[in-house]
Design a binder for this molecule. Structure first.
Ligand code: 3PG
Length: 212
């Protein structure tokens, strides 16, 4: 990842994972998150409207650090870069996708959950990694044991998958973690139900925890 993006993600401390079904929901959800102090988004490429939703957020809420999630193909990398995304992440570690991100100057964090994943990512020059799925893989205990041999490389991780306000503190206190992330702040049903106030409250709750 580029140093300015690392700083943005680190300063944000939390990334809200979004699955957006309708373009009209994009700007209100981004504004609701920002109102609660959450300034970084992972907009997943799991719905057909994701690209248009990203464009809408970039135009209307430029304060947001906007990343794409579930980036699985070289073409998606190309589109994300063209759209001016700040970063992209994937659940897994695909060397062709990582190489494409480097070619297009797109900050990219591949997903890792085993030492072999880490070594594949290292070989591709990645130093910020998505730890996914964090909770079912053993949370911080698994991560700190897995990373022990690589500690001298000063790798940083973004845990996602089962992370929420109740277990966030475990991750936030570790120097291995640059930011946490998850869908609980703006769950799909909250977005579908246009419950913007609840999303802002969820964002405020995690923002308070990050500050302490
Ligand atoms: C992701 O796409 O990063 C994960 O689906 C987030 O996992 P969560 O839904 O358990 O927060």
């Amino acid at each position: 990842m580029a140093p300015d993006i690392i700083k943005k993600v680190n300063d944000a401390g939390v990334i809200a994972v979004l699955v957006i079904e309708e373009v009209k929901q994009a700007v209100p959800v981004a504004k609701a998150l920002l109102a609660g102090g959450v300034s970084a988004i992972e907009l997943t490429l799991r719905t057909p409207v994701a690209w248009d939703a990203a464009k809408a957020i970039k135009d209307a809420v430029p304060e947001i650090t906007l990343g794409f999630g579930t980036v699985l193909t070289v073409e998606q990398v190309r589109n994300a870069a063209k759209l001016g995304a700040d970063f992209a992440v994937a659940p897994g570690c695909n060397p062709r996708v990582i190489a494409a991100a480097q070619e297009h100057g797109l900050s990219f964090a591949p997903g890792v959950v085993t030492p072999s994943d880490i070594e594949m990512a290292l070989e591709q020059g990645c130093r910020i990694l998505k730890y996914f799925p964090a909770e079912t893989s053993g949370g911080m205990k698994h991560l700190s044991n897995m990373v022990a041999p690589y500690n001298y490389l000063n790798l940083k991780f973004i845990p996602l998958g089962g992370v929420n306000v109740n277990n966030a503190a475990d991750y936030l206190k570790s120097p291995l973690i640059t930011a946490i992330g998850g869908s609980w702040i703006a769950k799909q049903d909250l977005i579908q139900g246009e419950q913007w106030d609840t999303i802002t409250r969820n964002a405020e709750e995690i923002s308070q925890l990050i500050k302490h």
